[in-house]
Design a protein around this ligand. Structure first.
Ligand SMILES: [Zn+2]
Length: 75
């Protein structure tokens, strides 16, 4: 449970954070870390999570803790 973080006022697990970024279910996710960047929309803190949307794919995603902004390294 120590991996859970607050995003937009809600506690999320690594899997839940990955699903918010992906907009779909994910197979697996790594622990959440703090990204060394700020949100381009609101200047808030950005979280980073690596996850597997499918068995053959690994994606790094970023999500703002304060607003809807997110992106992935496949963008
Ligand atoms: Zn933001």
């Amino acid at each position: 449970m120590a991996d859970n973080r607050v995003v937009q006022g809600r506690m999320v697990t690594p899997n839940k954070l990955a699903e918010l970024i992906e907009g779909d279910d994910v197979m697996d996710a790594e622990p959440i870390s703090d990204a060394d960047r700020t949100c381009p929309d609101c200047g808030g803190d950005v979280l980073e999570v690596g996850y597997m949307p499918s068995a053959m794919e690994f994606v790094t995603g970023w999500k703002c803790q304060e607003c809807d902004w997110s992106e992935t390294d496949r963008d």
